[in-house]
Design a protein around this ligand. Structure first.
Ligand SMILES: [Zn+2]
Length: 693
């Protein structure tokens, strides 16, 4: 880092005019000036941000007045603004558009950030001030938001180890530092392993069965890498998944699938086996230090699920009908293989291929027939229209806002009274600099300062099928669902209406945060809504009733597989994190024992195998992958509230907005849900939706 030394020469206050991260953003809506931010700006900006944060914390600690809500809790809430400003830009770029410099800096910063957090979280004087305010909590005349902020702050310090003795604190610091590096290493290894593999096809006959769009994209990829005339398929989802679904060449399906399911497991310098065992064991040691039997107990204390027993109960309840359904599906696949004159046992790389054949026969539905109706532009417009019908929001494309990549789109979002609600960035297509999957994030979170609402800046990042030639991007129905999903998270961030930044929008437990996202998928798949947005990209004609009927008939098709691969990964996550003793076997042995225990069938592998389970070893979903199905109980029940009235019922939408979307983390999720629905969620709606009863 060339400029690392320059910061020491800065005057106090450090307003380095040459570093856009340290200056006020002089841009429309004060968005990050991506056109001016360079890799070398981050290190000095972080140095200055840590320094400023330390000065702010020292002022709280050295305050000679008695600790109060204002001079301690609120002062803490207001501290570290520069650090979060720099971290959000860095973290988002490092996920969506990284490079070697950013990757190296992430590794360099991880232990520094970890130590910085612990210096604050384990400071006795600071914790004693917080404790004093906490002990007087009932005499302070706090409103509900303030009370929750105090409670979260106190608990956060307690859970961060503030009550430990000096020896344990020292060990905790070491663990946190090692974990920070190990989790980053895991994610970086995975990205490199994903980018490292290409299936290069040289003979046209090996393309048999593949849709024209996929073939054209593969030709483009080959051309871009100097291999014109060949076809390259990658381990990114929009490439490998349709390849597995359509490629007639079984051996090529096997090759690409082997590469996919062995990412991080190749015995090279990007191998994740040891890394992940280290992570799981460090998490256990940390939980024990803090007085919890396992990492899952530690994590789930803060979740709606509350404890591992409740999670396992839900997973087990769903597993029985799901695996039964998957076995029937596996039998159908076996029959289909026989019917095609072959005589092999179905392997995991056969599942999607023969399922597609059965889908076409049984429901006369061909995904290629659907695609023209799902241009990315019409699906995006569909999501906007649903938000308009529910909440009166409108969206206008902006062209004068700097972005970090030419493909990024920016929209201004207006509320139902025409006032500015916030900004929405959308970054849709895969590239080697982007990690896999889809996510929502923010550049600025909503808050209220001096009675004035600070508008949020939200972003959604996806890996959708890219456009080919002069055709628009045509995405799959699954990808359309994902777009609505991430857009739902974005609405949670955009409609947030709280006082304190730390409680804004998605600052809720993992098993509740998927409610606002997943409920949107219900609209995406509803026939009335499909008519609204699924328009043919050439003729503008709405999707025919006949196709909608086919889609609906096929609605629970292959749900045994989908549920089983998801539940298997959820069990794996829970098993890794409910260990009460350090794991001594290899990651693959551990995974095998875990999967044998639930009786996973050989034709299906977990949605994520251990060495590429980014959610739990690099993302924030450890002991939390179950959250999607937990929240599906909520979202299918919440959507039933609309079905019971009407799809865009204004009173129900208003209640969902006021009681859930606006409230962020200002109240316990179970209370928020009850305020909306008037009763607890009923799991029967989930079972119906997945055809599991
Ligand atoms: Zn989500």
């Amino acid at each position: 880092m060339i400029l690392a030394a320059s910061i020491s020469g800065c005057e106090s206050g450090g307003k380095d005019a040459d570093n856009p991260l340290l200056a006020a953003y002089n841009t429309p809506f004060e968005v990050p000036p991506f056109d001016k931010i360079k890799d070398e700006h981050f290190k000095p900006a972080f140095d200055e941000a840590f320094k400023q944060h330390n000065v702010e914390i020292a002022a709280i600690i050295q305050n000679e007045e008695e600790p109060t809500f204002e001079n301690t809790i609120l002062a803490l809430e207001k501290s570290g603004k520069l650090l979060s400003k720099v971290s959000t830009v860095f973290g988002n770029l490092n996920s969506a558009h990284t490079n070697d410099a950013l990757k190296a800096l992430a590794v360099e910063l991880a232990p520094i950030s970890s130590a910085h957090r612990d210096n604050i979280g384990l400071n006795d004087t600071l914790f004693n001030r917080i404790k004093t305010v906490w002990e007087n909590r009932d005499d302070l005349g706090l409103n509900a938001e303030q009370y929750k902020l105090l409670e979260d702050t106190y608990k956060g310090f307690e859970r961060g180890g503030a009550n430990l003795n000096e020896e344990d604190k020292a060990r905790l610091r070491e663990i946190n530092s090692q974990l920070s590096v190990a989790t980053i290493t895991f994610g970086q290894n995975l990205l490199e392993e994903t980018n490292a593999y290409q299936l290069v096809v040289e003979n046209e006959e090996d393309l048999a069965g593949l849709p024209a769009g996929l073939v054209a994209t593969a030709a483009n990829v080959a051309k871009a890498s100097g291999q014109e005339g060949k076809w390259i398929f990658t381990l990114q989802n929009p490439s490998i998944m349709p390849f597995l679904q359509y490629a007639d060449n079984r051996d090529l399906r096997r090759q690409i699938w082997e590469a996919y399911q062995n990412r991080g497991n190749n015995g090279n310098d990007k191998d994740n086996n040891e890394v992940l065992v280290t992570i799981a064991n460090l998490r256990l040691e940390k939980a024990n230090l803090l007085g919890y039997p396992t990492h899952a107990h530690f994590v789930l204390e803060e979740a709606m699920a509350e404890n591992p027993d409740n999670v396992y109960k839900l997973l087990n309840d769903l597993w029985k009908p799901a695996i039964a359904k998957a076995k029937v599906e596996a039998y159908d696949i076996k029959k289909e293989i026989e019917a095609s004159g072959e005589s092999f046992e179905p392997a995991p790389y056969d599942w999607r291929y023969y399922t597609e054949k059965i889908r076409q026969k049984r429901y006369a539905i061909d995904e290629n027939e659907l695609k023209p109706y799902f241009s990315l532009a019409s699906v995006t417009q569909g999501a906007f229209d649903v938000a308009n019908k529910l909440f009166g929001l409108t969206f206008t494309r902006l062209d004068n806002v700097p972005t970090y990549h030419e493909e990024v789109e920016v929209y201004e979002v207006f509320d139902n009274d025409g006032s500015h609600l916030g900004l929405l960035y959308a970054d849709f297509f895969p590239r080697a600099s982007k990690r896999g999957g889809a996510w929502m994030t923010s550049y600025k979170r909503q808050q209220t300062i001096d009675g004035k609402r600070v508008a949020p800046i939200i972003s959604i990042v996806c890996n959708f099928t890219p456009p080919v030639g002069d055709q628009p991007a045509l995405i799959t129905f699954d990808e359309a669902n994902t777009l609505f999903h991430e857009f739902g998270h974005a609405l949670h961030g955009l409609l947030s209406n709280v006082t304190y930044e730390s409680q804004a929008g998605t600052a809720v437990s993992r098993d509740f945060v998927e409610l606002p996202s997943q409920i949107m998928e219900n609209w995406a798949a509803d026939s009335e809504v499909l008519k609204m947005y699924a328009k043919h990209h050439e003729t503008g004609e709405a999707i025919p009733d006949e196709l909608i009927t086919k889609l609906e008939n096929a609605g629970t098709f292959d749900q045994g597989f989908a549920t089983v691969e998801y539940l298997a990964a959820s069990f794996l996550d829970m098993d890794f994190h409910t260990q009460t003793a350090k794991i001594t076997q290899s990651a693959s042995d551990f995974e095998k024992v875990s999967m044998d225990k639930i009786g996973l069938i050989e034709e299906i592998i977990p949605r994520y195998r251990s060495t590429y389970f980014n959610h739990i070893f690099a993302g924030g979903y450890s002991s939390g992958y179950y959250s999607y199905i937990w929240a599906e109980v909520l979202d299918s029940d919440a959507f039933a509230a609309f079905k019971e009235t009407s799809l865009f019922d204004q009173a129900t939408a208003e209640s969902f907005r006021k009681n859930i979307l606006e409230r962020g983390g200002t109240e316990k999720p179970s209370v928020l849900y009850h305020n909306f629905r008037g009763k607890d969620p009923n799991p029967v709606h989930l079972m119906n939706k997945r055809g599991l009863n």
